[in-house]
Design a protein around this ligand. Structure first.
Ligand SMILES: NC(=O)c1ccc[n+]([C@@H]2O[C@H](COP(=O)([O-])OP(=O)(O)OC[C@H]3O[C@@H](n4cnc5c(N)ncnc54)[C@H](O)[C@@H]3O)[C@@H](O)[C@H]2O)c1
Length: 355
């Protein structure tokens, strides 16, 4: 096989296809660059190389520093610099081996380098497997605004190896669960039953990953450039992204998935208040939230700071705050305008849970 052609491969099939891919790149003189951070280099690269029998192939490794605080133009420029020093040309390929931060930046760097080179995602966190590596959104944070600069650029293939989760910290797994449960609210409600009442270590990650990827592909195939339906993937993110930007600016320790977990809580509350969502759906989620995210103790005292950040979100325009809300699990609606007072109230509700 010459090119994985935008497909998604799992486990042993992923290994076999990756091996053929390296083979064909090597045979046709294409240079391979593998983007890693210090954690994916240590925990994932050796497994990838040995399991897929890739040790005999020559490639150039580009290592960046992990973490959302490094999801910056400087890091993207460093990737371009390393591609240039390494002699990358239009036929070269950039393989992104890492979490959502790395896949977003690698995808963006590839989308611009030489006006676009081929890129492949190998997600190594739960969050990247179920969401970030799929769908073609790339980018980086700019002056602490989340994903402020970016592009739509599809990877030519996505390779999912569940075993990478073995070295991932439990906090990172739980952050990924926030994106998993999001799909339960907007798309496949069977996920709610699978998640509620289950301990993290007993979850069937393979099944969860497949369900989420299936949902994301279905949605992004219908609406690749977020003109309508794709907006539902932002459930929990209007408030979540504002909280994450706020936290980045203040150096408060909150992961992307954790900010989304708070955002889901607030946006479910708004769905009960302004739509027809049964309050039991919110109550069940609160139990799930307490189980996985009780370590989040930050209280938002000044809602205006969050609202100001929301105003700069790409999803909002003309001074209106637009949300995805749900009437019931599996029935999302987008472009729902909520007033500043509505946002303040839902943040107050979140604050009361902390007391
Ligand atoms: N493009 C999209 O559609 C999309 C969707 C959702 C989220 N995102 C983005 O994804 C990012 C969050 O991604 P994330 O949660 O994967 O965070 P991350 O990329 O920061 O990874 C989390 C941490 O785990 C480490 N790590 C990665 N794989 C590991 C492994 N197998 N073992 C041990 N450590 C490992 C990383 O080095 C990092 O320190 C955010 O920037 C968010 O905006 C993008």
């Amino acid at each position: 096989m010459n090119k994985p052609e935008g497909r998604i491969f799992f486990g042993s099939e992923a290994c076999e296809t990756m091996h053929h891919y390296f083979d064909s790149c090597f045979a046709s003189g294409r240079m391979i660059f593998i983007l890693v951070d210090e954690n994916s280099r240590k925990c994932c690269l050796p497994i990838l190389l040995s399991n897929c029998d890739l040790n005999q192939y020559k490639f150039t490794m580009i290592e960046i520093q992990s973490g959302e605080k490094n999801k910056t133009l400087e890091t993207v420029a460093f990737i371009w610099e390393q591609l240039t020093i390494g002699g990358a040309d239009r036929k070269s390929v950039l393989i992104n081996l890492g979490g959502g931060v790395l896949c977003d930046m690698g995808g963006f760097a590839a989308s611009c380098y030489n006006r676009g080179i081929e890129t492949v995602n190998i997600p190594t966190t739960l969050l990247a497997m179920v969401d970030a590596a799929v769908g073609g959104k790339t980018g980086f944070d700019f002056i602490t605004y989340k994903n402020h600069i970016g592009s739509f650029y599809q990877p030519s293939g996505i390779f999912v190896f569940e075993e990478f989760l073995k070295t991932l910290e439990i906090r990172q797994i739980e952050a990924g669960l926030a994106e998993v449960i999001k799909y339960g609210f907007i798309s496949d409600q069977s996920l709610l039953e699978k998640l509620y009442g289950s301990k993290t270590e007993t979850l069937s990650f393979n099944e969860l990953i497949q369900i989420c990827i299936h949902a994301k592909i279905e949605i992004t195939t219908i609406d690749p450039n977020e003109q309508g339906l794709r907006k539902i993937l932002n459930f929990g993110h209007t408030i979540g992204h504002a909280i994450e930007s706020f936290a980045l600016n203040r150096e408060i320790d909150i992961l992307h998935g954790e900010a989304v977990a708070v955002g889901l809580l607030c946006e479910l509350w708004l769905s009960v208040k302004y739509k027809s969502l049964d309050s039991n759906v919110l109550n069940d989620y609160i139990l799930f939230y307490h189980y996985h995210f009780s370590h989040l103790t930050y209280v938002f005292e000044n809602a205006n700071e969050i609202i100001d950040r929301m105003m700069l979100d790409k999803k909002n325009s003309s001074g209106l705050l637009k949300f995805v809300l749900i009437n019931k699990p599996g029935e999302p609606i987008w472009d729902e305008v909520i007033t500043n007072d509505g946002v303040k109230e839902c943040l107050e509700f979140y604050n009361t849970l902390k007391i």
